[in-house]
Write a protein that binds this ligand. Structure first.
Ligand code: FPP
Length: 244
């Protein structure tokens, strides 16, 4: 049995930057949209596997606030895949007890995607299995700005004193409110950047940058990442017990 299968060695919160769909397509001489489509297939498998393994939270970076600057054709393809994903997968996700949360500015999504994700969140809100965060129209800095505004409004209303704002209160104003910090952040395709994903939540995360392109990230690649995580000694800046 692999070491990471022991619950104490399993990350509670895994975050993934799904990078390399474009390069996967280019290597094969097919349209980028096909790379994204294959990326969705990889994502479905990783969601299932996370559920099966008993990972508590899985966060997937699907569309950043910067991604709007891609060609309208590519943005359209990605938004189409988002809609298709929620329409096709919601029954199975719900049946498996997955609780869906969207990270990011949902109000800024096109109406069909906005309605689909809101209905998926409402339908699965009480599920107690894997907590699946899908980041859409998401940026870590924008999330922190929204949290700062939420706290400022509470102060203005007299509900909160400025000196009562601490790390816990700030965390509770983020899109990931109530969830544990990221333990393991994976970015595929060999790029070593965090690209504005879960900046606050990944303060003590372990980072892995496998060279595999996202559409090729299968269960075996996931298991390898979990193995590598289990082998790391987490120090949390000196405290070894934090988050355990
Ligand atoms: C990065 O590859 C990937 C993205 C920008 C999008 C990831 C989205 C999906 C896998 C599908 C949509 C999500 C859902 C929830 C259905 P890239 O295009 O930057 O690749 P490259 O760096 O090789 O060009």
């Amino acid at each position: 049995m692999s070491e990471w299968r022991a619950p104490a060695r399993l990350p509670r919160h895994v975050a993934i930057i799904m990078d390399g769909n474009g390069r996967w397509a280019k290597k094969r001489g097919v349209p980028r949209a096909l790379g994204h489509r294959r990326g969705v297939e990889a994502l479905r498998d990783i969601i299932r596997e996370s559920s099966d393994l008993g990972i508590a939270v899985l966060s997937l970076y699907a569309f950043s606030t910067e991604n709007w600057s891609r060609s309208s054709e590519e943005v359209g393809a990605l938004m189409g895949l988002v809609l298709e994903f929620f329409r096709r997968e919601i029954d199975e996700l719900d049946r498996n007890g997955v609780c869906i949360r969207i990270l990011g500015d949902v109000a800024g999504l096109p109406a069909p995607q906005r309605d689909a994700v809101r209905s998926a969140m409402a339908r699965t809100a009480r599920n107690e299995g894997l907590r699946l965060n899908i980041a859409l129209n998401y940026g870590g800095r924008a999330e922190l700005v929204r949290a700062a505004r939420t706290l400022a409004v509470a102060v203005r209303r007299g509900e909160l004193a400025p000196e009562d704002i601490d790390e816990e209160r700030l965390a509770a104003a983020l899109d990931t409110a109530g969830q544990p910090d990221v333990d393991l952040m994976i970015r595929t395709s060999g790029e070593m950047r965090v690209s504005n994903f879960l900046l606050y939540q990944s303060a003590y995360a372990e980072f892995l940058f496998p060279s595999v392109l996202w559409p090729d990230f299968d269960r075996e690649a996931y298991h390898q990442a979990l193995d590598a995580y289990a082998a790391r000694e987490r120090r949390f800046g000196g405290r070894q017990d934090k988050g355990e």
